[in-house]
Design a protein around this ligand. Structure first.
Ligand SMILES: [Mg+2]
Length: 243
């Protein structure tokens, strides 16, 4: 983490930085009913996101160039993001993007909108062409044994907190709950907001990044009781395994 900052924003990408979920849109475009079946299993919590990625990548064509050009064409940045990044810099905060999508399009999209240079760290999965010529997902930031997330967002949150820098989490998806519940302040919309309600976790609802500019600086909190996983331990807490 950057040494002279006071706190950290950990920000989801699809459906958060972008108004649309590009991984899901690519999967739906190429996968049709197969995508629907895998998505249903994920929504019923029968498979975790890591398995969703592994299954879904098989419906995509092994052509990263055309996948990237579609991603660049479809990406819509949520209003206020550029102003928010300038504000975050003035507030002496570190900006971390943490994504559990296909990952390969994140830096090119940010670059396309002249936003990449304002981001400190991007933690993401990678989608590559294997030696057999098929697409494969690589999870460089996954927990060593936890089967749930492709990218352990909770570990990125904890890394900042251990350095004494509290975390503001910004997200929209149900899988954001693992990182968000370790964070000191949560901005949640859509399925992350539903997860916060379900687990009685305090959050602020948000619509665009102009909302997030308004918030005060966070203070460090002990979130170990209500977090759903232990990034430094065995990962997901057993009682929340597929909840
Ligand atoms: Mg999302």
């Amino acid at each position: 983490m950057i040494a002279d900052t006071d706190f950290t924003y950990v920000i989801d990408f699809d459906g958060t930085v972008t108004t649309n979920d590009i991984s899901s849109e690519l999967a739906a475009y190429y996968g049709g009913t197969t995508y629907n079946e895998i998505e249903e299993k994920y929504r019923r919590r029968e498979i975790p996101i890591k398995e969703w990625l592994r299954q879904i990548v098989k419906v995509l064509p092994p052509d990263l160039k055309s996948l990237l050009s579609k991603s660049l064409l479809w990406a819509e940045i949520r209003p206020g993001f550029n102003d928010f990044l300038d504000h975050a810099r003035e507030m002496k905060s570190t900006i971390v993007i943490a994504s559990d999508g296909f990952g390969f399009y994140i830096e090119p999209i940010l670059d396309q909108f002249n936003l990449l240079e304002k981001i400190d760290f991007v933690y993401r999965n990678d989608t590559i062409i294997s030696e057999e010529g098929t697409l494969k997902i690589i999870n460089p930031h996954a927990h060593t044994i936890c089967p749930v997330c492709g990218n352990c967002k909770a570990s990125h949150v904890l890394k900042s907190k251990k350095a004494g820098k509290p975390v503001i989490y910004v997200g929209d998806g149900s899988n954001d709950r693992f990182g968000a519940f370790w964070s000191d302040l949560i901005w949640a919309r859509d399925r992350l907001a539903e997860a916060c309600k379900k687990h009685h976790i305090y959050y602020s609802p948000w619509n665009d990044f102009y909302d997030i500019i308004k918030l005060e600086k966070p203070v460090l909190k002990d979130c170990s009781d209500h977090s759903l996983c232990l990034p430094d331990g065995r990962g997901i807490k057993e009682k929340y395994a597929m909840e």
